[in-house]
Structure formats: structure tokens, C-alpha cells
Design a protein around this ligand. Sequence first.
Ligand SMILES: Cc1cc2nc3c(=O)[nH]c(=O)nc-3n(C[C@H](O)[C@H](O)[C@H](O)COP(=O)(O)O)c2cc1C
Length: 199
Amino acid sequence: MTILLQINTSMQETASQSSNLADKVSEKLLTKFADMRRIKRDLGKHPVPHLDHDTFQTFLDPNTAVTSAQKAGLARSDILISELKDAQILVLGVPMYNLMIPSTLKSWIDHVTRAGQTFAFTEDGPVGLLKDKKAYIVIAQGGNFLGTSDDLATAYLRSAFGFMGIVDLEFIYVQGLAMGDEAAKAGLHAASLAIRALI
Ligand SMILES: Cc1cc2nc3c(=O)[nH]c(=O)nc-3n(C[C@H](O)[C@H](O)[C@H](O)COP(=O)(O)O)c2cc1C
């Protein structure tokens, strides 16, 4: 069985273009591969809290998880990591918020990027411990930032996932969503074509 983990990160629900297109990507993959099962996580509706001092101590040494908050914090990270490890395919819906990814996604990354679990530091530097995963990342933008110096999200996600060993990434962009009906329509059309070409 192949597990597809879909992570939506928009603050919107049915109106979210990144979530809708992430659904489209997942559904195409689910149709193509009969043995695939989807797990969905919605960080817009159920955000992962910021990683804080007390929880981080438990990442360094699980024996320091003494308070109920620490135990819950460590358990949360364990669950998110096992969800990620179990999945062979990742599909992310990612709106651009203030020139970056949503902070909820950054929080999720902080909880799953754990030494000894998803990466290790060696004499040669950091090594990603996750192998053989493919990620499809839909980035939705009100503007048109692809290929500009303000497209920080693409570079960041490539580095953050690469740090854990996830290097096979496909980016799909839907742009111009706040630039009028024509631009939005063209952006959605281009994204649909990109999905069709990929899967
Ligand atoms: C808080 C906030 C910040 C935003 N910042 C940007 C931005 O920096 N650049 C941009 O192109 N669009 C920006 N937008 C527009 C969103 O990227 C756009 O509406 C996109 O469709 C949101 O994704 P969604 O449809 O999946 O919710 C912002 C929207 C919100 C709500």
C-alpha cells in the first residue's frame, strides 16, 4: 500500500485554490494507483503550535518530558513524524502569505525536522534520513512572483525538504489570483495544464 499524505495550509476552506488544486493532484494520483491511500492534514483549520522551549527540550532528551504539556508536545511531534515517514507521496497546498509559506507550515516543518529522526548531523555535515519520497507542492499566489527574487517560498521548501532527504519535488504554481478575473482564470488554467502534464 502506498500512502499519500496531503497537507493543506490555507486559512480558507472550500474557497482555497491551493487546497482545491492539491485535491486535484491527489485525486489524479489516487485514480492512477489503485493501492494508494490518502491521509489528509489541514494545518489551516488545525494548526501545529509553535515549537517552544519546553517541548524542544524533549526533542533533545525524551526523558525530560515530565509535564503534561511536554508529553503532549513530544507525542505531537512523534505523530507528525510517523505520518511523514509512512508516506511515500506528499501533496502540499501552500498559499503565499506575506511573501512566504504560511507560518503553520513552518511550525509543522519545525516539528518534523528532528535530529535522529528525519536528519542526522555527521562529520560531513547534515544528512537527510528520509528516502524515496516524492512531493507535489502547489503554491498559490495573489500576484505573479515565480522567477523573481521575491519567490522565497520555492527555495525555502526545496531546502527544508532536502534537509530531511526529500529531494524529488514537483512545484505547481497558480498565480495572479488577486489580479482580476482574467489573470485568475489564466492562472488556474496554467495550473491545471501543469497538473495534467505531471500526472
Ligand atoms: C494574509 C495574506 C497574505 C498574502 N500575501 C501574499 C503575498 O505576499 N503575495 C501574493 O502573491 N499573494 C498574497 N496573498 C494572496 C494569496 O496568496 C492568494 O489569495 C491565494 O489564493 C491564497 O491561497 P488559497 O486560495 O489557497 O487560500 C496573501 C493573502 C493573505 C490572506
